[in-house]
Design a protein around this ligand. Sequence first.
Ligand code: NAD
Ligand code: GLY
Length: 369
Amino acid sequence: MQSLIQTLELDLGERSYPIHIGPDLLERADLLLPFIKQKKVVVVSNETVAPLYLGRLCETLASGGIAVHSVVLPDGEKFKTWETLNLIFDALLTERCERNTVLIALGGGVIGDMGGFAAACYQRGMPFIQVPTTLLSQVDSSVGGKTAINHPMGKNMIGAFYQPRLVLADISTLDTLSDRELKAGLAEVVKYGLIRDPEFFDWLELNLDKLLARDKAALVYAVQRSCANKAEVVAADERESGERALLNLGHTFGHAIETGMGYGEWLHGEAVSAGTLIAAELSCALGWINAATVARIEGIFVRAGLPVWAPRLGVERYVELMSHDKKVLDGKLRLVLLQAIGKAVVSDVATPEQIAAAIEARCTAAGCN
Ligand code: NAD
Ligand code: GLY
């Protein structure tokens, strides 16, 4: 399996960091220990992931004489809150962590986002390492330094840009992921094909069944290519003043679905899938892509077992929820739309009526919840 390991670098000058992708990386002391200068670390994880993988990580750290203090949080998007964040600060203070103690986030995107935000805040910034254990977190949330918690009025509204020192994406951890979570991760993988990498979209159409069957080589390739796309975008636009916004294809509608349905009801990737279809519908209404392209996009999400119809929250509720989007500029909503498979743009040309019609169009299928 050694040959399956891929390493990329996210180039941010002196804050650059490696992203290692491959099987059995939790055991790789040689990759992990050089980033830990103290004899103790704090690992933030949750009730589901800790019993599966914390022991293995502790053994690897112990081989370097490093003691581990763990913070095991409740599991779920609904716990991505101030209250849960405070549990991390309580532990950091109780363990007398210092400014250069390393925090390791071991888990999916919820743990990575919260652990990263805690690291950004504690003593104004402590080093942290991402050890993502879901497909979604391996291809997206662990890379690029966006950290956050939710607010009842909006997803990821409170947070910071704060880069990890290392990302260790152990593909073997995906063995225990549920099928539903694996599929949710595929939504973010398909996103890279749609926004900037048409050859990768073609590859995904050909290899989707292998990914669904958890073929390790296919997974390593998909994670590596996704991270390569993300690393290029983030290196060019770390703070999202331009191109990085394209990574939010489907997210403005998707975040409205997640918040509107109640955090955790729709998985992030599921909401992104339905949201991407609304964005595709709108792009079609603007004459930028044709109905056959919308059908092709719908086809890959359907094959991935992801929702392509959005919940009936009501157009007014969608619009209200979307008004909190981080891409709103001078009160005007900007959306990521498609001009082709492999070419996305940020645009404010759609009228409120066109946006409403696209939402309606994706909420009208029989059986739509
Ligand atoms: P998650 O963190 O909730 O994980 C999904 C579920 O899988 C959880 O129940 C978790 O405990 C479980 N799990 C994790 N690893 C497992 C494993 N190896 N085996 C078995 N179960 C496992 O969800 P997610 O999809 O990983 O991440 C979604 C979050 O990421 C959202 O909060 C979203 O806003 C955020 N996100 C952030 C960014 C970013 O750039 N920071 C990008 C995309 C998404
Ligand atoms: N997931 C969007 C971003 O990292 O910018």
